[in-house]
Design a protein. Structure first.
Lengths: 491, 95
């Protein structure tokens, strides 16, 4: 709280770079493979050698337009590429081919669901300024030290140079670190649903830069903006924002000023620190790239690509909660990754109950998938057999306890639950005669307990149920067992 | 008509990473001035009602298929750099 009595408010915007998952680079046929020997995937176009001509990769345009559509952006009918000039050794040509004043798409939004422990979950619409296509830069390795400041020289690897990127710029609509990380993870989820990027943050396929300032109350003008880089997880985005918000508030409250700068998130120390400015001037001298012709996406192409979009995560979340009656939490967990959502949908399509399917899938099955680093589309337990097992529980053929017991075999070995239950004789005993005869034996075996029960110690019902379960290996139909025991004890 | 100042020349040289000797700045200032005056003839053309373009050739949507093709000139390309270290380019440290 400031001395003026108005609470501080943070204003956050994100610039997200998404590597588009094409086989070749944006303007040349060099491969985009990750993790190869340095400078394996270079060619004269990537390195901007004289006489070369960049040509746009058709798939890049398709992926960028689909991504833009999923973010509710307006697709430009006319778009072009520009050169952004700056000198840095990660850029082989000393200019980056990007889009300046005519990006492929502008003015959209996404809805994010902000769920935080101990707080009420809420929905928020986050505006998106634009999406544009550009080429990635190479990678620098600072030699002579593990830290840049102690390096004697740098080594350059251009394997990543020229890989296609979609840069997505949000409006300054985010207010907390949590909102920022949720926004970024929703962008990643959407890109993965579209299958236009793997969104792998560790490998740098998804990178977020945060712009952040604080002000006194929501009516005040924006404060000085600081850029933070180097977060390689969603929790790092949240923590970096939270750290930076506090740092700026403290600075203002102690009478210091906040300077416009780029700061790096230090994951080890959990703080942001000032990075020396990359270049004195930010005069990029953009101009239209004379090597690349304009792009026109006509309505036929737009409609074709729009028709190929999958159902998106936010739509799925709403449908699961509103139409299938799942909790907001279950809807969120099930839709986080498309293979899980597809597995769930295949299961309920076969008639399985949505709520119990959700419980099994997000519970025991997800635990197995995660522990073994599998994907839902690699599971031996097919939706068909899961639906079969759920039907057996519902119709009383097996108990939930037996289902849990056979689940690990179903998951690791596959096969039909019906067959497993038959082979091992695990089916529930729901035969009244069989159960009654066992109960009668028990009554003979425990006369003292029967007397106590009759004398009013009704808690002993549990004892008899336990004994019956022991005798039947847990297979007695619990409802029926309860009825029979109660009846026999009173006889 | 725009006026080129020695300050403009220094700025352009700095952005282009060119080191200029002081006496050259005067020379380039007047030369750049002349170039701009020459190009300024174009301003006399009546462009009323003509949409702006960024190119002389009318092409649109020139694209290639997404196929990765390796190159056999990798070594030659790397060898053109002033310094290499194994398969890396080696550059002075830049902060």
């Amino acid at each position: 709280m400031s001395d003026s009595g108005v609470a501080w408010e943070a204003v956050i915007g994100l610039e997200t770079h998404v590597q588009l998952g094409t086989e070749s680079k944006i303007f040349s046929a060099a491969s985009t493979a990750f993790g190869d020997e340095p400078n394996t995937h270079i060619d004269p176009v990537v390195c901007g050698l004289p006489g070369t001509l960049p040509v746009l990769n058709r798939k890049v345009l398709e992926y960028a337009v689909k991504a833009a559509m999923a973010l509710n952006l307006n697709i430009a009918e006319h778009s072009k590429f520009d050169r952004k000039q700056y000198f840095y050794p990660d850029l082989p040509k000393n200019y980056q081919i990007s889009q300046f004043d005519e990006p492929i798409a502008e003015d959209g939004w996404i809805e994010v669901e902000i769920a935080e422990k101990g707080k009420e979950t809420y929905l928020k619409k986050i505006g998106i300024e634009r999406l544009h296509m550009e080429e990635d830069a190479g990678k620098l390795v600072h030699a002579g030290s593990d830290r840049l400041s102690g390096a004697t020289h740098s080594l350059v690897d251009y394997n990543r140079a020229g890989v296609a990127l979609a840069e997505i710029v949000s409006k300054p609509d985010l207010r907390t670190g949590r909102e920022a990380s949720e926004y970024a993870s929703e962008i990643r989820r959407i890109m993965r649903y579209l299958d236009v990027s793997d969104g792998n943050m560790q490998e740098g396929s998804l990178r977020c830069d945060v712009n952040i300032s604080v002000r006194r109350g929501s009516e005040a003008p924006f404060g000085t903006k600081v850029e933070i880089k180097n977060m390689n997880s969603f929790s790092a985005i949240q923590k970096a924002c939270e750290y930076e918000i506090n740092r700026q508030i403290k600075a203002y409250e102690s009478g210091e000023s906040v300077i416009q700068e780029t700061r790096l998130w230090d994951e080890g120390k959990q703080l942001t620190k000032s990075m020396r400015s990359k270049e004195g001037s930010s005069d990029y001298r953009y101009f239209p790239d004379p090597d690349l012709g304009p792009i026109e996406v006509n309505s036929d192409l737009r409609e074709k690509w729009r028709s190929e979009l999958p159902e998106l995560p936010a739509t799925k979340r709403h449908r699961y909660a509103n139409d299938l009656g799942l909790s907001i939490y279950d809807a969120r967990v099930l839709t986080d990754e498309l293979p899980m959502a597809e597995y769930f949908e295949a299961t309920i399509k076969l008639g399985a109950d949505a709520k119990s399917s959700a419980n099994w899938i997000t519970g025991d099955i997800a635990a197995y998938v995660n522990a073994n680093r599998l994907n839902f589309d690699q599971l031996l337990l097919s939706p068909k057999y899961l639906a079969e097992m759920l039907e057996m529980i519902q119709s009383g053929k097996i108990s939930g306890k037996i289902a849990k017991e056979i689940l690990s075999d179903l998951i690791t070995k596959g096969g039909s639950p019906k067959r497993i239950v038959e082979e091992r004789g695990l089916g529930m005993i729901s035969d009244q005669k069989v159960l009654t005869s066992i109960v009668k034996d028990l009554i003979v075996q425990y006369p003292n307990e029967v007397d106590s029960y009759k004398a009013g110690k009704t808690k002993l019902l549990g004892f008899f149920i336990g004994q019956l379960m022991k005798k039947t290996g847990g297979k007695a139909d619990p409802k029926l067992a309860n009825q029979i025991i109660t009846k026999c004890l009173l006889d | 008509m725009s006026q080129i100042t020695p300050e403009d020349v220094r700025k352009v040289a700095k952005l282009a990473r060119l080191e200029l000797q002081e006496e050259k700045i005067t020379t380039y200032t007047s030369q750049l001035e002349k170039i701009l005056a020459y190009v300024a003839h174009l301003e006399k053309v009546d462009t009323e009602g003509i949409p702006p373009t960024t190119r002389a050739v009318e092409v649109v949507n020139v694209m290639r298929e997404d196929t990765a093709i390796g190159t056999d000139v990798r070594e030659e390309i790397i060898n053109q750099a002033p310094h290499r270290e194994d398969s890396f380019y080696r550059v002075p440290k830049i902060l």
